[in-house]
Design a protein around this ligand. Structure first.
Ligand code: PBG
Length: 340
């Protein structure tokens, strides 16, 4: 059968008709809203590199969490900016660290709002890498690397301290090998059997994290220029690889991840799609800061319609197969979805 018996445009003739045959529906239930908490008091300060996003202090974050929960968003993802950094990122597992306190404030105010915490050291280390640096000296100095296993031990401490503070879900974003296993073991040993691990399983070494690194003050130190530590390519994935993403995801599930993430989302829709076909667990996708700011900046230059572009992007990520979408657009998207 073909034209004129078939005319594809019949099913596009009105908004009601389009609604009736729509294959993908974006819902508030799919969304996670990232929040930045930093040391300080009474703080709600615009982030220069991320329009519409703010730094909160632990004492102001509950008000924001209440607003997020009232919009119906099921979860927030917390990032911390400590008051002081050191070589090993020790503020990351401090009992009175910013994230630990923020979790307490949020849970007190809105216990039903799920608190996910990013587990990584890059915001906490003075050098900006996601792990501890194993130093060589003299002529061997160029061989300095991020030490995998030592870092995993610390990440497990960070995860445990967040869970002790009340986090519902921990999300390791460092890309060390075996970190999910270390974290799962630490949680089991401490009887936190029901805590969910959402691993950043296929996380690429992406230029699209640029605005976030400004927001989280977490870029690798410029002192590494010219060495293999100048970027995160020795641990985050090469954007050219797809089969390898499947291997990463399979390993994280094997080690005890309940939810696996692909990050970034937009340039990696094929990875999301393949993961959806292959694995049965929930798949999350991170609509990262660079993807967000491309839309924000284009909209503020009057080059495109921000709301339409946002919905198109989020729908595409869902259509590719993501069950969960982490996005700085979450609040705006919900406001739009609920008035349709
Ligand atoms: C920490 C981390 C990063 C992001 C989330 N967790 C930055 C990085 O890996 O350099 C990026 C999020 C975004 O760009 O929105 N490792």
């Amino acid at each position: 059968m073909s034209f004129p018996k078939i005319r594809m445009r019949r099913l596009r003739s009105s908004e009601s008709m389009r609604r009736l045959v729509r294959e993908t529906t974006l819902s508030v239930d799919d969304l996670v809203y990232p929040l930045f908490v930093r040391e300080g008091k009474n703080l709600k300060k615009s982030i220069y590199s991320m329009a519409g996003c703010f730094h909160f202090s632990p004492d102001t974050i509950a008000a924001e969490a209440i607003e997020v929960a009232e919009l119906g968003i099921p979860a927030v993802l917390l990032f911390g900016l400590p008051g002081k950094k050191d070589d090993i990122g020790s503020q990351a597992w401090a009992e009175d660290g910013v994230v630990q306190r923020a979790i307490g404030e949020i849970k007190k105010a809105v216990p039903q709002l799920l608190v996910i915490t990013d587990i990584c050291l890059c915001e906490y280390t003075s050098h900006g890498h996601c792990g501890v640096i194993k130093k060589s000296t003299g002529a061997q100095e160029h061989k300095n690397i991020v030490d995998n296993d030592v870092t995993c031990e610390l990440l497990a401490k960070v995860a445990l301290s967040h869970v002790q503070a009340g986090a519902d879900i921990v999300a390791p974003s460092d890309m060390m090998d075996g970190r999910v296993r270390y974290i799962r073991e630490a949680l089991e040993e401490n009887s936190f059997h029901d805590v969910v691990i959402m691993s950043y399983a296929a996380k690429y070494a992406s230029a699209f994290y640029g605005p976030f690194r400004g927001a989280a003050e977490s870029a690798p130190s410029p002192a590494f220029a010219g060495t293999s530590l100048t970027d995160r390519k020795t641990y985050q994935m090469d954007p050219a690889n797809a089969d390898q993403a499947m291997a990463e995801i399979a390993l994280d599930i094997e080690e005890g991840a309940d939810i696996v993430m692909v990050k970034p989302a937009l340039a990696y829709l094929d990875i999301i799609y393949r993961a959806r076909q292959r694995f049965d667990c929930p798949i999350a996708a991170y609509n990262v800061s660079g993807e967000y700011m491309m839309v924000k900046n284009s909209a503020s230059a009057d080059l495109l319609d921000e709301k339409a572009a946002m919905l198109e992007i989020l729908t595409a990520i869902k259509r590719a197969g993501a069950d969960i979408i982490i996005t700085y657009f979450a609040k705006d998207a919900v406001k739009l979805l609920s008035c349709i």
